[in-house]
Design a protein around this ligand. Structure first.
Ligand SMILES: *Cc1c(COP(=O)(O)O)cnc(C)c1O
Length: 234
């Protein structure tokens, strides 16, 4: 077995034990394998281990991988999630190539994605990115702006609002991690009362996955622990 395949096995069993520990039903948390900077061969190895969902941060790189797999391995039926920051002049590439978009943080991006989504594709599944820690450096909107943006997105024909995403402040103690995730989970519960398609919380990475799952995460985004360290030198 390759190391990527072994890593996926290990992470899936970590996800399962975290679910069990807090009494959540099996399969309520999905592993999103974050393949940014990694070559198509690494994605293929993961796919051969049964992994179907992949996350990308950079538009051009992500689109190249999506198209490569559509052309060469359509039978794998991979699902592609965009999880990076997006400029409004790049929305078309996301609308035309991806299945999910995790980082909507303003009306203009949402409107453009809906306008540019090809009519032969299902609606783009979208999440609103929330800044729960209030740090100026982090992207995402504040909690009190979420309802207004959700209202706008729910009126757009080619987007389906599925929930919330966040990248909380990097802290190592479990209690602080859990508190930040719980805030997002509570907000999602309130939002779901008004918007019935909301069922998704994209939160938790390699270092804080357990707290995220205990707080209600449904998608954990894991890069390094699946594919190894990233090399940004070229
Ligand atoms: C890179 C990235 C991840 C994965 O991070 P790792 O530390 O490699 O697991 C998850 N979410 C987002 C938004 C990222 O940009």
């Amino acid at each position: 077995m390759s190391s990527i395949q072994q890593n996926i096995k290990d992470i899936i069993s970590q996800i399962e034990s975290a679910q069990q520990k807090c009494g959540r039903t099996p399969d309520s948390v999905q592993l999103l394998a974050v393949s940014k900077t990694k070559p198509a061969e690494a994605v293929l190895e993961a796919a051969q281990a049964g992994q179907r969902s992949f996350g990308e941060n950079y538009v051009q790189e992500g689109v190249e991988k999506v198209q490569y797999f559509q052309q060469n391995y359509p039978e794998l039926k991979l699902e592609w999630h965009f999880i990076g920051p997006l400029q409004s002049n790049k929305t078309r590439l996301i609308a035309e190539n991806f299945d999910w978009m995790h980082t909507i943080d303003r009306a203009k991006i949402a409107q453009r994605l809906s306008e540019q989504r090809p009519s032969n594709l299902p609606p783009l599944q979208v999440l609103i990115q929330v800044n729960t820690s209030g740090e100026a450096s982090k992207s995402g909107i504040s909690e009190n702006e979420v309802f207004e943006l959700a209202e706008l997105i729910s009126g757009l024909p080619n987007l389906m609002l599925r929930g919330l995403m966040s990248i909380p402040e990097n802290v190592s103690d479990y209690e602080s991690q859990f508190a930040a995730f719980k805030k997002l989970a509570d907000l999602k519960t309130k939002l779901a009362e008004k918007f019935p398609n909301i069922d998704t919380l994209s939160m938790g990475m390699s270092g804080d996955m357990e707290a995220a799952i205990a707080a209600g995460s449904t998608i954990v985004r894991i890069g390094t622990a699946v594919f190894g360290q990233r090399d940004y030198s070229h």
